[in-house]
Design a protein around this ligand. Sequence first.
Ligand code: 6GU
Length: 239
Amino acid sequence: MNYYVLTLFPQMIEEGMNTSITGRAIEKELIHLTAIDIRDYSTNKHKKVDDYPYGGGAGMVMQAEPVYGAYKAVLEQVKKKPRVIYLTPQGATFHQTMAEEFAQEENLVFLCGHYEGIDERVLEEIVTDHVSIGDYVLTGGELPAMVMMDTISRLIPGVLNNDISAETESFHDNLLEYPQYSRPEIWNGKKVPEVLMSGHHKNIETWRREQSIFRTLERRPDLIEKASLTSKEKKLIQT
Ligand code: 6GU
């Protein structure tokens, strides 16, 4: 997977991504990251990249030309036109299934806006996907781009230590993950659930599945109707 991030803050992207699991994935060359500084493509002698909005209004708008220049620099490095994701609160809300789809791509370009947005004409020219990470407003697209790259990266074979965990975690079946415990057996007077100490694998599996269902019902009741429950499980959660 090759990520190209078009941004005014390349250092924020590099520092964020070169940490922890994504950092290891970059070292192992399972993912490649190129942060491209939009300011490098300013044609203005003062390297200006923004200007006042036509029609008036608060704030500044990122101009089309530097963004287009940064995009053209990416095109020189890829065989076919890549998907270009514009991070914006006006986009479709990011979710796990979307991440699974993006993980199939060879190249992904993330366009990070700042100020009051980017000139619409360059967006029309290059953007293939408008994506938001939720209903709140951030100062820029860098954190959302990193949220997306983190989510996509962990789906790429070899990025996580064990391949199974990418599948069994929250959301694969629209159920939340079951609770986890580690040593010591008693902490702060609280004991680890007996079934987990039993070595009885079938009972453990059944208990975990029930915990997932109860937890989803309590915390994310909106998800439970999308989960595929057996008729036995559906009865269990009635009343
Ligand atoms: Cl993608 N950008 C900004 N600026 N704010 C957001 C967002 C994106 N998603 C949620 N809030």
